[in-house]
Design a protein around this ligand. Structure first.
Ligand SMILES: [Zn+2]
Length: 135
């Protein structure tokens, strides 16, 4: 699925999580059906770095099992860029292991912004991230 629809509440959940981890990068998973996100799952950044993230493998595995048990699919991965940029980085592209939408939450002048990207064949392009008021 090369676009994502999230609710305002889900966006706020992601922002609250990445904001709480400042100045470190933070990360998590987005599960749902089709292109519609139904659940935001926070995952510990094992790298504990302001410029990198590595998902805690145990938490990630548990999340994958939970997603399966709920009959949901992994639709996206989100992580933060506490000091920018707004776009996906070469490291993100090199480390990308799943064909899912990558949401980058970047912070510029104290405000978080969310953009979504699709990584493929060592390249990337921006994809629609729709924020709905429902849900
Ligand atoms: Zn990144």
């Amino acid at each position: 699925m090369q676009s994502l629809t999230i609710t305002n509440e889900q966006l706020n959940t992601m922002i609250a999580h990445v904001d709480s981890q400042l100045p470190l990068e933070a990360c998590g998973l987005l599960a749902g059906r089709g292109s519609r996100v139904e659940s935001v799952i926070e995952v510990t950044n094992r790298a504990q770095s302001p410029v990198r993230y590595v998902m805690d493998p145990i938490e990630q595995l548990k999340a994958f099992e939970w997603i399966d048990s709920q009959g949901l699919e992994l639709l996206g991965i989100f992580h933060s860029h506490p000091t920018g940029p707004e776009t996906i980085s070469p490291t993100d592209i090199a480390d990308s292991a799943y064909l899912v939408v990558h949401v980058v939450l970047s912070r510029m002048h104290g405000e978080w912004r969310a953009r979504a990207f699709w990584i493929e064949d060592e390249g990337h392009r921006e994809v629609p991230l729709e924020v709905s008021n429902q849900g």
